[in-house]
Design a protein around this ligand. Structure first.
Ligand code: PEP
Ligand code: MN
Length: 360
């Protein structure tokens, strides 16, 4: 953090105080002002406490504001998370696709095949749905989860599904390949901890009103369990606008990629809320450096009870996949595929990368 000293204060008393708290301190000459650069190796001292030291005018954290012990690039490197054939990060882009909710077991396998054929490497589908209205379809629960697992095994792709309650985790953990934490549960801390303890990859969506710090601290909850398989997912923010469902924060993608050692993907479906906008947002996300996408796809949106308007028809999804492949290649990255993920990514992405394979 950078500490700006009051104009009338010399640095020595403040330095003594900071060192006493265990911080490492260097003096900065900022034009006609004096500042201090302080490093808190343990990440223990709140900025607010430092702001109360006499002689300190302002404490500026080197964003993110809160102490991120575990998610920073220094501690993680440019991490690549592997789930079956999918690779998120480390020069690879992967796409998760499938229906919003698991509704019809027979249709599920054909959707799974459609998205697999188009190049998706992970399936999605909600069994425990989080709906704004208690009168809306709430999902098929464990039975639906088993159906998704069967479809996943039939087509040979792993799957992510959302869990919404820590009480679901023990039973569901045996069945799932990856756990999605939905936007509305981003700060369900008991859920983050239970899900983290499974050791399964966690797809952590950003709440629609969360700032980056809150989102990253939610990731820290998972990381404190010792599970470093966290993929961040931007899915749009509440904005007061109505031309899109949520306002996609594309800028957060490169911002995070420069600072945080976790893969970042984007959900263009929930951001757009309209299938006609989904491909453009998806392309913007990949162009901005996202390590992947999660996209809702359905061949018969009219037959779905959840998020029908944003479901991308399979032909449009297949076209999007080709565009994703081309955009990834433009900056030296590669679309992970179920058959061709073995070749090496570009060297700059592997430096310091940890490649953690997850059995499915
Ligand atoms: C979903 O992915 O099905 C979902 C409900 O997304 P979000 O949590 O981003 O609203
Ligand atoms: Mn949905």
């Amino acid at each position: 953090m950078i500490i700006l000293l009051s104009q009338d204060a010399g640095p020595s008393a403040v330095i003594t105080e900071l060192k006493g708290l265990g911080l490492q301190v260097e003096v900065l000459h900022l034009g006609d002002r004096t500042g201090l650069y302080a490093r808190d190796p343990e990440g223990q001292i709140p900025a607010d406490s430092i702001a109360r030291i006499p002689g300190v005018e302002q404490v500026m954290s080197m964003t993110p504001r809160a102490p991120l012990a575990l998610a920073t690039r220094e501690s993680g490197g440019g991490r690549c998370i592997s789930i079956g054939p999918a690779r998120f990060g480390g020069g690879f882009v992967s796409v998760i696709a499938g229906p919003c909710a698991i509704e019809d077991a027979a249709a599920l396998e054909s959707i799974a095949r459609l998205v697999a054929d188009a190049g998706a490497t992970v399936l999605r589908g909600g069994a425990f749905k989080v709906r704004t209205s208690p009168h809306s379809f709430q999902g098929g629960g464990l039975e639906a989860l088993r159906e998704l697992r069967a479809a996943s095994r039939a087509v040979g792709l792993p799957f992510f599904t959302e869990l919404t309650d820590p009480r679901q985790v023990e039973q569901a953990a045996e069945l799932v390949d990856g756990i999605q934490i939905g936007a509305r549960h981003m700060q369900n801390f008991p859920l983050l901890l239970e899900a983290g303890r499974t050791g399964k990859p966690i797809l952590l969506k950003r709440h629609m009103a969360a700032d980056v710090e809150e989102w990253l601290l939610a990731a820290e909850y998972v990381l404190t369990t010792g599970n470093d398989q966290v993929i961040l997912c931007e899915r749009g923010l509440k904005s007061g606008e109505s031309h899109v469902r949520y306002l996609l924060d594309v800028g957060v993608v490169p911002w995070l990629k420069q600072r945080i050692g976790l893969p970042v993907i984007v959900d263009p479906s929930h951001a757009a809320g309209d299938w006609r906008l989904v491909p453009a947002l998806a392309r913007a996300a990949i162009a901005a450096g996202a390590d992947g996408l999660i996209v809702e796809v359905h061949p018969r949106p009219e037959a779905t009870r959840s998020d029908a308007l944003q479901a991308l028809p399979p032909a449009d999804f297949a076209r999007l996949m080709e565009q994703v492949r081309a955009l990834a290649a433009m900056d030296g990255r590669q679309l992970a595929t179920a058959t061709a993920t073995a070749s090496a990514p570009r060297a700059s992405e592997t430096a310091g990368a940890r490649n953690t394979a997850v059995g499915t």
